[in-house]
Design a protein around this ligand. Structure first.
Ligand code: SF4
Length: 386
């Protein structure tokens, strides 16, 4: 049996023009020849999934209604490559309603003609990785662009008619300041994107900045400052008409990211590309993260699955709790408990009894939701549900 709620399709493009200092994603340097081989492999993978998938996971006949081209930097691909890739996705999968189709764009990585081409291919949402509007901060983050490039790409998007733009900011990295962040927030709301994501800096193993901190060449991030920046952001964006709908996401009404909502609402999704993850019914899988291994596997005609396993009821229930509690409006304990045959109220009481009364969460009938304080300290709750 297949899921009845339409699924999301995530397509990973692992190439970047340079490495950001905080990056621990699957990404490598962009090279034209390799990028072309990768696009061909992606199309091959899409075809394999469209033809039925794997003996353990079948994607045949599943309806999709969102597609997210993420990375890496998908905006480094040529329009003709994206056309072939989307063509395969549209042809091989069943599409439902009016799909949301997002592409991540790095500032300065494309021109107006490319953006126009994206619109004509059916892309209707663009996510611009600004991160900061301060050149000094951008250099510290190792971003390959300056603030002017963000403004130029944003203007180009509007000029060609992109009417659903999301803008990413990052806060709390070593050396970040309240005044620096306020400057970025002010510029961001001046541009008036429909959606904003604000990610708190996280130290990831393997990232260049982590190595610098370990060697004492960079100061560690300040957790108190990060908490202040988070609250500042929530307050600032609320005052400028952005509704917070998830721990890190804010939008004008009606512009929530439909694709990401699938992760938070416990819907299924298929991931294609090196290192991509998927969840189809009770099967979770992830692909090989090494691009060479990914290419070789598809050359041999096999899906590049690195790991597939069945998520038992309790495991998927816990994951659904963690993802659902990220939503500001909370999650429905009755619904999730019924879906996974778990007494969800008892689960919350058992796992969070010592946190009751601290103002981190509230329960209203079947609805469990984090308070603002709880969203800021969400890891203290989620670590009990892993
Ligand atoms: S753009 Fe994203 S994926 Fe690429 S290096 Fe920077 S953080 Fe990593």
């Amino acid at each position: 049996m297949h899921p009845t709620t339409p699924c999301g399709l995530y397509v990973h493009v692992p190439f970047c023009s340079s490495r950001c200092t905080y990056c621990a994603f699957v990404s490598e340097s962009f090279e034209e020849t390799k990028a072309e081989a990768y696009v061909q492999a992606l199309i091959h993978e899409v075809n394999l999934w469209g033809a039925g998938g794997d003996s353990e996971i079948s994607a045949a006949g599943i309806p999709f209604d969102t597609l997210y081209l993420g990375g890496g930097t998908p905006s480094l691909l040529a329009a003709s490559q994206i056309e072939r890739l989307l063509g395969a996705c549209f042809q091989r999968f069943v599409w439902h309603g009016s799909p949301e189709i997002t592409i991540e764009v790095n500032p300065g990585s494309c021109n107006r003609q490319w953006l126009k081409d994206m619109l004509s291919l059916g892309i209707n949402r663009m996510s611009l990785g600004a991160q900061s509007f301060n050149d000094q901060e951008l250099r510290k983050l190792g971003r390959p662009h300056d603030a002017r490039a963000i403004l130029r790409t944003f203007d180009d998007m509007r000029a060609v008619g992109v009417c659903n733009i999301s803008l990413d900011l990052i806060a709390g990295f070593p050396g970040h300041s309240i005044s620096g962040f306020e400057q970025s927030l002010q510029t961001a709301v001046f541009l008036a994107p429909e959606h904003m994501s604000m990610y708190l800096f996280e130290l990831k193993e393997g990232s260049p900045i982590n190595n610098l901190i370990a060697r004492g060449q960079e100061q560690p991030p300040d957790e108190d400052l990060a908490a202040d920046l988070y609250l500042l952001c929530c307050d600032f964006l609320a005052r400028h008409g952005y509704v917070q709908y998830e721990i890190s996401n804010f939008s004008r009404e009606g512009y929530e990211c439909r694709h990401n909502m699938k992760y938070w609402r416990d819907d299924d999704y298929l991931g294609v590309g090196a290192g991509a993850h998927g969840l189809i019914r009770d099967r979770r899988y992830w692909n090989m993260g090494d691009v060479e291994a990914y290419l070789n596997c598809l050359t041999e005609g096999a899906l590049p699955l690195e790991h597939v396993y069945r998520m038992q009821g309790q495991d998927r229930f816990r994951e659904a709790m963690i993802m659902g509690a990220r939503l500001v409006k909370g999650l429905d304990l009755g619904f999730l408990g019924g879906k996974y045959h778990v007494d969800a109220h008892a689960f919350v009481s058992e796992t969070l009894c010592d946190l009751e009364g601290l103002g981190l969460f509230e329960i209203d009938g079947d609805v469990f939701r984090l308070t603002e304080k709880g969203r800021m300290l969400s890891n203290q709750i989620f670590c009990r549900w892993v």
